[in-house]
Write a protein of this length. Structure first.
Length: 614
């Protein structure tokens, strides 16, 4: 049972829920006293029941381990929005305001609808902030599930941050750039660690994708495919590796290899983005973590694909082992325990990153705890004051008149400086507006690079290529005439020097309420870019034209996870509508023309946030 000095750590994954109890030794070290885990079938068909399955798994762990009290738990990286933003050189007094401004620009939801936190990262003299946000209602659902098992909430961390804390503690002397691949059930978190520099991004490929590929290849259900994967599955290697296996095992191994290749292909793209947008270096070594890395020959597979040395991540050097833990279990599952160790380090005050997403109920409880000492003190003062108030009443009345005269004299002397302070406050506001202009310009500078990187990742296919990307303004997909006009002139290549190559697309003027007498009518202003038109070709392939819709589906999945530049549903509340396939893909030829090897297609993708261009 955990006492008040212990840290209860809980890692909530899609397919695996694990729990550990840590104590702090007299020397200040972290001691693992207890550990256990529960598995959940990650069948996409059972997603609606996942919350109850996770709640049941946590309850079973609580009962078996006999824990009670407050828990530090980590939510998966796929359920949160993470963005790294470089900060201009400013005084620390201005950091809070600037980070809030950046969060408003980058988080794809209003800040009042999310729970968010941030951490300042400093590397090579530059400041960078990592912003982490989660929809408030989603966090409340998770927290209610945890509290329903009898546990309170101490802190809510995020899996990639907890894993980073464990890595830094387990490998304190590592100086070369490293990549940690945390293979989860639905997604895989890629962590780039380089000295004090840190970057993470999720890839939409995990163990469930491998199981789904097996189920589709052998025409079996998800549960049976999962059993084949865990009981007899392995990753096929190159160089005739499968020739030594029986036919059934070889076919299963090749199916797993093909599914894992999607993740191996995504890693170089993310590395290039990390190097170009965040100034990092390519990793020199790779560490495997997570339950999805349990497949035999997974290590050799990534060594073959990435051409880098690979080893399994081991967080145990960062802690001590208590006498009651099963070392055989730890030796098999150490690479899956990084998040738990990171949470334990949070409890001991030895973590590098300290993200805390505070559910509203927890925030209210913390505020009440902070007020208790003041309320007790106020009550005591009230009782004592009531006892002696009669004694001081006469003296207070006598001195009140003199104090009033003294304060009026001070007020007269302060009126002069007051006008000067007001003048300085106006200057401060002007400087804030200038800073906001610069940060907005920097955000727009990287917007199109980030958008192109997202498109490049989603449309990575040998059967599809993009020939034209055209920003359009005034697009209204649900209008009778959707409209939308390119903001770039067709003959922009012939534009004379000094003249703009942009079209002027005016927004329709809107009159708010009935105009007052003498009020001028509203003027039309330049409409922002609110969609992009993509044109390209698809090459003959087994999926034919459906390859375009499959790649479009990747963008939709990104949008569901948050952080996407695109939106596939518009409106709010009851008026919110999903975009139809014919709205997103108005033109997808069914087959190449006679004598041609490719057929054209055209997509119109609405942007999550309109972008001004003038």
């Amino acid at each position: 049972m955990a006492d008040n000095q212990s840290t209860i750590a809980l890692n909530i994954g899609t397919q695996r829920v694990s729990m550990a109890v840590f104590d702090t030794s007299k020397s200040g070290g972290l001691v693992l006293k207890n550990y256990d885990s529960e598995s959940i079938l990650a069948d996409p068909a059972t997603d609606a029941a996942r919350a109850s399955q996770i709640r049941r798994a946590i309850g079973e762990l609580v009962e078996r381990m006999g824990v009670k009290g407050k828990v530090r738990y980590a939510v998966s990286g796929q359920s949160v929005f993470i963005r790294f933003v470089k900060l201009p050189p400013l005084d620390d007094d201005n950091i809070e305001q600037l980070v809030t401004f950046e969060a408003q620009q980058h988080v794809p939801f209003p800040l009042e609808e999310v729970v968010w936190d941030y951490e300042i990262l400093e590397a090579d003299g530059e400041k960078e902030v990592v912003i982490v946000a989660m929809k408030g209602d989603a966090l409340e659902d998770v927290n209610d599930g945890v509290n329903a098992t009898g546990l309170g909430t101490a802190e809510v961390d995020v899996a990639p941050m907890a894993l980073y804390n464990a890595f830094r503690a387990a490998y304190p002397d590592l100086t070369e750039p490293a990549l940690v691949i945390d293979v989860g059930a639905k997604t895989s978190d890629l962590l780039y660690v380089e000295g004090n520099r840190f970057f993470t991004r999720s890839a939409a490929v995990g163990g469930a994708a491998v199981t789904t590929a097996i189920a589709k290849e052998f025409e079996i259900d998800f549960a049976e495919a999962e059993a084949h994967k865990t009981q007899g599955g392995l990753v096929a290697l190159g160089g005739g590796h499968t020739e030594q296996l029986d036919e059934a095992t070889a076919a299963l191994a090749m199916c797993i290899r093909n599914a894992m290749t999607r993740l191996a292909t995504e890693i170089p793209r993310t590395t290039n983005y990390y190097r170009s947008q965040h100034g990092g270096n390519a990793p020199k070594k790779v560490y495997l973590a997570g339950g999805g890395a349990n497949l035999p020959y997974a290590k050799e597979f990534f060594e073959e694909k990435l051409r880098l040395p690979v080893e399994y991540f081991n967080p145990l050097p960062a802690i001590q082992l208590g006498s009651g833990v099963d070392t055989d279990v730890l030796s098999r599952e150490a690479h899956t325990m990084g998040e738990l160790v990171g949470l334990g380090l949070r409890g001991a005050g030895k973590s590098k990153l300290n993200i805390d997403l505070v559910p509203s109920k927890v925030g209210e409880a913390r505020a009440a705890d902070k007020r208790k000492p003041f309320l007790i003190a106020a009550a005591a003062i009230l009782v004592v004051g009531a006892a002696i108030s009669g004694f001081f009443k006469m003296q207070a009345a006598a001195t009140a008149v003199e104090k009033n005269k003294e304060m009026e004299s001070q007020l007269d002397s302060l009126r002069g400086p007051s006008s000067g302070i007001s003048s300085q406050l106006k200057k401060e506001q002007q400087l804030k507006e200038i800073a906001a202009t610069y940060t907005e310009a920097d955000d727009q500078r990287i917007f199109w690079a980030d958008l192109y990187a997202e498109l490049n990742a989603a449309f990575a296919s040998e059967a599809v290529w993009i020939t034209d990307m055209d920003p359009i303004a005034g697009y209204q997909p649900f209008a009778e005439k959707p409209g939308g006009k390119s903001v770039v002139k067709n003959d922009f290549g012939n534009t004379a020097y000094g003249l703009t190559a942009l079209e002027k697309v005016d927004a329709k003027p809107v009159q708010q309420g009935k105009p007052r007498r003498g009020q001028a009518p509203p003027k039309a202003g330049p409409a922002p870019v609110n969609a992009i038109r993509i044109k390209g070709f698809w090459l003959k392939n087994p999926d034919n034209q459906n390859i375009v819709f499959k790649l479009l589906g990747r963008l939709k999945e990104n949008a569901k996870e948050g952080g996407s530049h695109f939106q596939f549903a518009m409106g709010a509340g009851k008026d919110r509508k999903e975009l139809e396939q014919n709205q997103l893909a108005p033109t997808v030829e069914m087959a190449p023309a006679e004598g041609e090897f490719a057929a054209p297609f055209e997509l119109i993708l609405p942007l999550a946030k309109p972008v001004p261009y003038k």
